[in-house]
Design a protein around this ligand. Structure first.
Ligand code: ADP
Ligand code: MG
Length: 200
């Protein structure tokens, strides 16, 4: 990825999170504590502020630095989890990743999130978007298909019962609402898909 692409990616991600912060907050208000929109906005604005520094780094180093920044600034349960996702991606990805490396690195990063969160697919979390997107990437779906798969996967968390995170405290009452972290993950997937397109 070129520095220009990384800079466009950061700007687009921060814009998407800012544009949807209220929606993410509302989702988290329904079955959590209502801070997810603000948490994500704070984190991605902190990343945006360092765009130039990240763009000057090779992709693996940039992703690790972004992950570290997210851990420090997002807060909540999701901060360390999104931070782990980007840090692990940075650890596994090559400087100029092809489809195979991107898929493998993304898979490892998801494993790192699951280990950090002691969570797995089906528990109404961000993993319920990450994993189907990974699987679709692995079988060669296009970028726009991946974005739609991410949205559908976030939607599919609505009937799930939360088994991890604050929403799990509600038990059956968590059913009928979309998971906030699944929604923010879908927003990020669509952003990445739009910028990287089918070149990845
Ligand atoms: P907090 O729950 O501390 O208020 P946020 O509101 O920022 O933090 O983030 C909540 C989101 O984090 C959830 O919607 C869910 O997607 C994700 N999450 C929480 N706990 C876990 C976990 N153990 N594994 C994976 N994702 C989790
Ligand atoms: Mg919250």
């Amino acid at each position: 990825m070129t520095a220009l692409n990384l800079s466009r990616l950061i700007t687009a991600a921060a814009d998407a999170i800012a544009a949807h912060a209220e929606e993410l907050t509302a989702l988290d208000q329904a079955i959590g504590d209502g801070d997810h929109g603000l948490n994500m906005k704070r984190g991605f604005e902190a990343v945006r502020a360092e765009t130039e520094a990240y763009s000057a780094k090779p992709l693996p180093e940039a992703l690790k630095a972004i992950g570290t920044k997210l851990v420090m600034t997002v807060g909540g349960a999701s901060g360390p989890l999104f931070g782990t996702l980007f840090m692990a991606l940075g650890k596994e990805i090559s400087t100029d990743p092809d489809h195979a490396n991107l898929t493998a690195a993304f898979g490892k990063a998801i494993e790192a999130v699951a280990a950090r969160g002691k969570s797995q697919v089906g528990q109404k979390t961000m993993l319920d978007v990450l994993q189907p997107v990974h699987d679709a990437l692995a079988v060669g779906k296009t970028a726009s298909e991946l974005a739609d798969i991410a949205d559908a996967a976030a939607e599919a968390t609505v009937p799930m019962k939360a088994l991890r995170g604050r929403a799990s405290f509600l038990g059956d009452r968590s059913i009928g609402h979309m998971d906030a972290g699944a929604r923010s993950t879908a927003l990020l997937v669509r952003t990445v898909a739009q910028i990287i397109g089918d070149k990845a």
